[in-house]
Design a protein around this ligand. Structure first.
Ligand code: AVJ
Length: 326
């Protein structure tokens, strides 16, 4: 503790470099189907817009997942067990985590990992002042990259990874398997994964969730171009691109695109990117699963699904997976 009794956390910073951002953007925009990685949505404004999305009527996942957590919290914390080290991938504002923390009085270590440094700093400070016995070890990183987890002062009984929000939906099937394998190795022997997985449902409902009436999702999508303009010296004209999102049932995914409304050229520093009218940049996929598909994916990655909780309409699931011994 500091002399003034305020505990402070230090962020372990593996924040992606500007140069890495540039490389990924340029590689994506050079493809026949132009693409941008969805992880770059979350700059300060993007994180704010995502929070607004989360309070939209049409965007059912957050409130559904929170309701599931609250309904089954006793069962959930029972399975997590005492004295755990909890590692969270993409903690955002930690609303769901707090439900866990409130019911895990003996948790030892919490490692929030997020790509957005502003939000991470803010929530870490809040958590340490609210949960006095908890060791908080925040990490700023693109969690699909390589980085080292900070060492705790004292070890926990076992590691549980928390991966809520159906962020796993952003990974295509091959990458999802790789990432779950990576999580399995982070968990170690006896470890577990608590994960939120969005489920297949009426495509019209999915369509509404990614095409809200207020246009917040559209602003969230377009903000990526604004970020590129600012950080990579670009000159995307935002009113020449349009948000376009649809459910692709054959691939079981929402696809978000930004469609060029005219023939145009865009500069990125001294590079030139050309767009033909109605050509798109694919900015995000959000895969939807059924329970059997996800069980199979988990099994392929070294996890056994031990428990599934869902809402009464089976819109969303929270699943507890244990590492199978290898
Ligand atoms: C944060 C990845 C779970 O895929 O539903 C929300 C992001 N994109 N609206 C999702 C998002 C458009 C969201 N995830």
């Amino acid at each position: 503790m500091d002399s003034n009794e305020t505990r402070r956390t230090q962020i372990h910073d593996f924040k992606p470099e500007r140069e890495h951002f540039r490389t990924e953007v340029l590689n994506g925009l050079r493809r026949a189907q132009k693409e941008l990685p969805s992880k770059y949505f979350y700059d300060e404004r993007g994180s704010y817009l995502y929070e607004r999305i989360c309070s939209l009527d049409e965007y059912y996942p957050p409130r559904t997942e929170i309701a599931i957590m609250k309904t089954y919290i006793k069962e959930i914390v029972e399975l997590l067990g005492p004295n755990i080290r909890l590692i969270e991938y993409g903690c955002g504002n930690c609303v769901k985590t707090r439900i866990l923390l409130d019911h895990l009085p003996d948790i030892s270590i919490y490692v929030p990992i997020d790509i957005s440094v502003e939000q991470l700093r803010h929530v870490s400070q809040e958590l340490i002042s609210h949960y006095s016995g908890l060791e908080v070890l925040p990490v700023c990183a693109d969690y699909t990259s390589n980085f080292k987890l900070p060492a705790p002062k004292r070890p926990g009984n076992r590691t549980v990874v928390y991966f809520p929000g159906s962020t796993i939906g952003n990974f295509d099937p091959a990458s999802a398997k790789n990432f779950l394998e990576h999580i399995a190795s982070v968990c170690g022997p006896g470890g577990a994964l608590l994960i939120g997985v969005d489920l297949k449902k009426d495509p019209n409902m999915l369509h509404r969730a990614y095409n809200d009436r207020e246009g917040v999702t559209a602003a969230f999508n377009l903000n990526l171009l604004e970020r590129i303009n600012r950080e990579l010296n670009g000159d995307f004209q935002l009113d020449s691109f349009q948000h376009y999102a649809f459910y692709n049932p054959g691939e079981s995914r929402i696809e978000m695109h930004l469609v060029s409304l005219r023939d145009q050229i865009v500069h990125l520093g001294d590079l030139i990117i050309t767009f033909t009218k109605y050509e798109s940049i694919w900015t995000e996929s959000s895969y939807k699963y059924n329970l059997d598909d996800f069980k199979q994916l988990a099994a392929n990655a070294g996890f056994k699904v031990e428990k599934v909780w869902t809402d009464e309409w089976q819109w969303f699931s929270v699943q507890y997976l244990v590492k199978t011994s290898d």
